[in-house]
Design a protein around this ligand. Structure first.
Ligand code: SF4
Ligand code: SF4
Length: 467
């Protein structure tokens, strides 16, 4: 097909998009196949991870919880504080980079198999099939005037969508507010305030995105498709139709010698179009609207089986292979991405391993100094100590290299597991005359049970020079 869009031009020829407007209604046909099973497997894993993890308990507390009120993020045995969120940013950057690398290798596999938008949309499409029937029944129902049957089916579909939306919204909010009391309050209709607002907000977001908009989100709202041309190269695998093998397309009887009549392997059954969730015809070439779900591969492989032809008329193909060449699996760009990912993962692992398990911040009191009962100059400080371990921390506080200074008050204290404690302390200057009006001070706390766990924070001691 000479109107096929070259890989490098995907993003700059939107006029070639063949997607039917979503408003016109895309009624996909049911199909089966290897890639459908793969997608169901990925979807099952994603649902299990999302819906299941929220209910897990760890050491008497929700295993994964972003406690916004206390600015803490619990993930199993680890607690992360705002100071650690640089690690989270690093993880997100690595994930984005990983997505680029995977896209260079295999196109939009993320969209096709793991993207939550696609996954929930497939689930909602399944609900549509359960309540309104298969493709032909849905097309008939859409065209039919309103009747009791149509009303009941539509109500059932939207109720199912809303129910899934509600469970999704509840689970999502449950990662920020303990899910068990949240669910209990929702079930007993006692949920109110901010929590209720967010549960309803995410319920509506799920219902609208996966149900009402479905693939329109991929077509018109997601920017990822627009980046493709930057990431794809001539060896990138993408779902593609092989026109050299398929053309000229046309119907024929099974077993007939179609090739002798100048026909290719495509029997023009349009099944590949009927199963496509974005309503495109992959035979027109690679298009931005293709989310790489491989439904057309499954559909076409089924047709090839029935016709007794070799599978793979539509398949994961590179532009090189479509031109009759070979796909280069090992190429410098991919090796570079793999190496960079390895280094980034190594650095993140090291940063996590070396993450200080106690954190100390020192805030100097606004008053510059004061004189105590012994006539010594004193400065007041507020220490903030965060215990990032999963046990009660017993700490010792001391000044480092502080000749001429004395720490007043408590130097031994405890902080509960995963908690923060504030400790006001004062430091007195023992010398009569300060060497400078502002001198550096270093505070150190160390864990009495594990001296390797310690933290040092710096501040200044202020004193008058004219005493
Ligand atoms: S499913 Fe295969 S045979 Fe049928 S129209 Fe599509 S490419 Fe041709
Ligand atoms: S063209 Fe094929 S892979 Fe692309 S969205 Fe449609 S069915 Fe999925």
């Amino acid at each position: 097909m000479n109107d096929r869009i070259p890989y490098a031009e995907i993003a700059v020829v939107p006029a070639k998009l063949q997607a039917r407007p979503i408003e016109a209604g895309i009624h996909t046909r049911s199909f089966s196949g290897v890639f459908r099973n793969l997608r169901i497997g990925f979807a099952g894993a994603l649902f299990l991870l999302f819906f299941g993890t929220a209910w897990l308990q760890w050491n008497g507390r929700q295993a994964v919880l972003w406690d916004l009120g206390n600015s803490k993020f619990h993930i199993f045995g680890a607690t992360f504080w705002p100071q650690d969120f640089i690690l989270l940013s690093a993880l997100l950057i690595i994930c984005a980079f990983g997505l680029f690398a995977i896209t260079v290798y295999a196109g939009r596999v993320w969209c096709g198999y793991s993207c939550p938008q696609s996954t929930w949309t497939w689930l909602f499409m399944w609900c549509e099939k359960v309540t309104e029937g298969d493709r032909s029944q849905r097309i008939k129902l859409a065209a039919a005037p309103w009747s009791a049957n149509k009303l009941v089916r539509r109500l059932a579909k939207h109720s199912l969508w809303l129910a899934i939306g509600l469970v999704t919204g509840l689970t999502f909010v449950g990662y920020f507010t303990p899910i068990r009391p949240l669910a209990a309050e929702l079930l007993t209709l006692q949920l109110g305030g901010v929590a209720l607002f967010w549960v309803l907000f995410f319920t509506a977001a799920t219902y609208i995105n996966a149900g009402l908009l479905s693939e329109a989100v991929c077509l018109h709202m997601c920017p990822y498709a627009r980046f493709q041309s930057v990431m794809f190269d001539k060896d990138t695998l993408a779902v593609a139709y092989d026109p050299r093998r398929g053309e000229s397309r046309g119907p024929r009887k099974k077993g007939s010698n179609a090739h002798a009549q100048g026909l290719g392997d495509c029997i023009d059954c349009t099944l590949c179009v009927q199963v496509c969730p974005t309503g495109i015809d992959i035979r027109d070439g690679l298009q931005m609207a293709c989310i790489g779900c491989a439904a057309c591969i499954d559909a076409c492989d089924g047709v090839m089986d029935k016709m007794g032809y070799e599978r793979g008329l539509i398949g994961y193909k590179s532009e090189h292979s479509l031109q009759g060449g070979t796909t280069h699996w090992l190429r410098p760009r991919l090796a570079g991405y793999a190496l960079a990912l390895l280094v980034m993962f190594g650095a993140l692992g090291m940063a996590l391993y070396l993450r200080p398990m106690v954190s100390l911040d020192v805030i100097k009191d606004r008053g510059l100094f004061r004189e105590n009962a012994l006539g010594q100059i004193e400065n007041i400080y507020l220490l903030k100590i965060i215990n990032k371990t999963e046990r009660t921390g017993h700490y010792r506080l001391q000044l480092l290299d502080a000749d001429g200074f004395s720490l007043q008050g408590k130097t031994l204290f405890t902080v509960a597991a995963g908690d923060m404690s504030e400790l006001p302390v004062s430091v007195a200057m023992l010398a009569d005359r300060p060497v400078s009006s502002s001198q550096p001070l270093a505070f150190e706390i160390s864990d009495q049970d594990d001296p390797a766990i310690n933290s040092v924070a710096h501040s200044r001691f202020v004193a008058p020079m004219n005493r």
